[in-house]
Design a protein around this ligand. Structure first.
Ligand code: C2E
Ligand code: CA
Ligand code: CA
Length: 747
């Protein structure tokens, strides 16, 4: 069912999921953007590289073809055929047409002319004709090529991008003299077709072009391959790319290395930092937004749960309030009905709380309530519930107790616990509590009915003298019904007051002289069916229903009216705390005095401690107004209330009426000592004293002896009708003064 611990758990920060998910989404978007940039950059670079490689391949092939093509400007020529067959050779002619000329004209580095038997008949190197032996250095490469050429008869068909050739030829890349070179062989053939030679028996021109540094930087510049160079091994630098230089036979003779054009990388390099900055900014903003959102969510959650908590809890004690209590009672009763379990409902009312609150102030009262809440919480099990219903009322739900006996034990513990003193700022306070218990299903399974019965039991507990617990019994219901009947009948009585309401008067005697000095007005109700009803039966009910005000006003009026018949006599009237709390009370009294023409000095109001101790400014003001009027105040039932003997001097009254429970005990030693002390203390403080409930001669003489001013009790007279008082006064006047010429006036 309900755990008390819920109270503490309800307020607090709940873990939130919103912030992290937003941050995660932002991070995802950011990494997607970065990833896309990197990927597209790399993709662009890859295709740029593919293009570069294709270009490099083409350039190399074209370079080779170019050499072969250039050769043909001289090798496909009738004159050249004739000249290479002529003996002796015209070296000068060969220089300017087939040899040195090629160096000047096309930049060929070496040129050899091979006889049909592959013997060199002409050699040129670096633009100069040279010795035929220089052919030895290239022989190993050229001889196999010459063999191939002599076996080749067809002219290669031009493919895409190739240059159309006029004659067959063999050309390739090779390493000569330790350097990469283009080697190209062309037969020297007739251009007109007039000179017929046996195929494979032609004279061959060999052209060699070294791929030097200049060559590579030239093609680099022409085709956009920056820092192009030749290397024997491929580059392992990330910034360079290498294309192998392979011969027709598939031999790799080195590598063309260059720094590839990387537009992607450039873009990344350019955009990257900006993008990074934007993303960081985006991240920061997102984070802050998410953070704020999360905080706001948490705040909202908190304030919502706080509001929920406040709606369901009492702010002073943090205990569940009436709303929550009723909710839980309903569900507990449903559980009870369903599973046939026991449920105990305890209504707790603090005794004398009002006095503490009035005399020590509200902060002390609050502290007291908090301490009570704490003690109650410690007395119940974790799954039971204690709630504050308001003021000094608490309720406890005991879920599924073992038996009514265990409920009784719990109640006894609580009563004992609340009887222990409470430490308040200024002093210790003793209060105590009354508990009313109703059990479900025995008493009822309906919330309203069960709470009503717990309330009745509580009322009974208070009625029985407080500081106890009482289980509801069906007969109590009858009491309540009786109270309801009383209320209804009292309302009728007030309407018919001249018939049903009577004032009786009990004489008050001067202890020394025995003369009547005052009368106390006591209300009697002549019920049409029940006969005379004493105030004990109905005053409390009238206070509860609020009828006491009308009743009290009537009493005052009637007493003052009767007082007109008894000149010089003091009239005491009992006043309920409810009456004194009404701000207009002093005015009401004044009006009645005016109307009846009674001197204010003849009226004395009897107030209980509860009324007098009220710290309310209104009550203090009313009391002051009354005394200004000249009306006297007496403290009724002294000794039964909260205040101790030492409190006497703090109470602003003219008279103290010692309660009859004290007078009852004057025949015991401590009782006598107590009464003597009270009398002494009051006299020392300039107060008048009346002893009430004097029933015996002994009591009377004791009171006389200790100096009590006035006495009242059945020993002298019962309360009697107004007519009887008139009679008593007349009788007294005809009698001689009593003995004991004591001086109550001097006292
Ligand atoms: P109280 O003010 O203490 O009144 C004295 C009560 O003690 C009276 O009871 C009286 O009959 C009774 N009594 C007097 N002498 C003796 C005695 O020697 N022995 C015993 N055992 N009792 C004695 P009563 O008239 O039943 O009044 C009861 C209480 O009702 C009063 O107690 C007073 O507090 C209240 N009360 C009576 N009339 C009024 C009234 O008009 N207004 C208000 N607010 N309260 C009233
Ligand atoms: Ca009284
Ligand atoms: Ca009294």
């Amino acid at each position: 069912v309900v755990a008390r611990n819920q109270r503490t758990a309800e307020v607090g920060i709940r873990p939130h999921k919103l912030g992290p998910s937003i941050v995660f989404a932002a991070a995802l978007v950011a990494s997607l953007i970065v990833g896309l940039l990197l990927w597209s950059g790399f993709e662009v670079d890859r295709s740029a590289l593919r293009r570069d490689r294709a270009v490099a391949d083409l350039v190399l092939r074209q370079s080779v073809e170019r050499v072969a093509h250039l050769q043909e400007s001289s090798t496909v020529w009738d004159d050249a055929v004739r000249q290479v067959h002529k003996r002796p050779l015209d070296m000068a002619w060969l220089d300017i047409n087939l040899g040195t000329w090629f160096n000047e004209y096309a930049g060929f580095d070496e040129v050899y002319i091979l006889s049909p038997r592959d013997e060199p008949i002409y050699a040129m190197r670096g633009g100069k004709r040279t010795v035929l032996e220089s052919y030895i250095a290239v022989e190993d490469v050229v001889d196999p090529m010459a063999d191939r050429l002599r076996r080749t008869t067809s002219i290669p068909k031009p493919t895409d991008g190739d240059v159309a050739m006029l004659s067959p030829g063999v050309s390739d890349l090779a390493v000569l003299r330790g350097r990469p070179a283009i080697v190209s062989l062309k037969p020297i053939v007739s251009d007109s077709g007039d000179i017929v030679q046996k195929p494979g028996n032609e004279t061959i021109q060999v052209s060699i072009v070294y791929l030097d540094k200049d060559y590579f930087s030239r093609i680099g510049a022409d085709y956009g391959l920056s820092h192009a160079s030749y290397r024997l091994v491929p580059s392992n630098s990330a910034d360079e790319t290498s294309v192998p230089l392979t011969t027709a036979t598939g031999r790799t003779i080195g590598y063309l290395v260059w720094s590839p054009f990387t537009p992607g990388k450039s873009v990344i390099r350019l955009v990257g930092p900006i993008l990074l900055l934007v993303l960081v900014l985006f991240g920061v903003i997102t984070y802050q937004l998410a953070n704020r959102l999360a905080r706001r969510t948490v705040d909202l959650e908190n304030s919502r749960s706080l509001a929920q908590h406040q709606a369901m809890h009492d702010s002073l004690t943090g205990l569940p309030n009436r709303a929550m209590f009723e909710e839980h009672l309903d569900s507990a009763l449903a559980h009870c009905r369903r599973y046939r379990t026991l449920l105990a409902l305890l209504y707790i009312d603090l005794d004398h709380f009002k006095q503490v609150n009035d005399s020590l102030g509200h902060p002390a009262g609050d502290s007291l309530i908090q301490q009570v809440a704490h003690r109650l919480s410690l007395e119940i099990r974790g799954y039971d519930m204690v709630a504050r219903l308001g003021g000094d009322e608490f309720a406890i739900l005991l879920f599924d107790p073992d038996s009514p006996a265990s409920v009784a034990r719990a109640c006894a513990r609580i009563v004992a616990e609340l009887e222990r003193p409470f430490d308040l700022a200024a002093q210790q306070a003793f209060i105590g509590a009354s508990i009313g218990v109703a059990l479900a299903p025995r008493d009822s399974l309906d919330r309203h009915e069960l709470t009503r019965k717990a309330d009745i039991a509580l009322y009974q507990a208070k009625f029985d003298g407080r500081g106890r617990y009482v289980f509801f019994k069906p007969c109590m219901d009858e009491n309540v019904q009786m109270r309801e009947t009383i209320n209804r009948d009292l309302r009728l009585a007030l309407a018919d007051r001249e018939q049903q309401l009577k004032l009786y008067y009990q004489p008050v005697y001067a202890a020394a002289s025995g003369r009547i000095v005052a009368v106390e007005a006591l209300l009697r109700w002549h019920h049409p069916e029940n006969g005379i009803v004493t105030p004990d039966t109905f005053i409390r009910t009238a206070e509860e229903s609020g009828q006491i005000e009308a009743l009290g006003t009537w009493v005052l009026h009637k007493a003052m009216a009767d007082a007109g018949n008894w000149p010089g006599l003091r009239i005491s009237v009992n006043v309920s705390p409810i009456q004194i709390r009404n701000r207009t009370f002093a005015r009401t009294v004044e009006t009645i005095l005016d109307e009846t023409g009674i001197a204010p000095e003849r009226l004395e109001l009897e107030l209980t401690e509860t009324a007098l101790m009220s710290a309310s400014a209104d009550v203090t003001e009313t009391l002051r107004s009354l005394r200004d009027l000249g009306v006297a105040c007496a403290l009724d039932d002294f000794g039964t209330g909260y205040s101790s003997l030492s409190h006497i001097r703090d109470i602003a009254v003219d008279r103290i009426k010692i309660d009859r429970s004290f007078i009852n005990t004057v025949d015991t030693v401590p009782g006598a000592a107590l009464v003597e002390a009270i009398v002494g203390l009051a006299r020392a403080n300039g107060m008048h004293l009346t002893a009430e409930g004097v029933e015996t001669e002994t009591q009377l003489s004791f009171l006389r002896k200790v100096g009590c001013h006035e006495v009242q009790g059945y020993f002298m007279s019962q309360p009697v009708s107004a007519e009887a008082i008139t009679q008593l006064l007349a009788d007294e006047a005809s009698l001689p003064a009593l003995t004991q010429p004591a001086d109550e006036r001097a006292a």
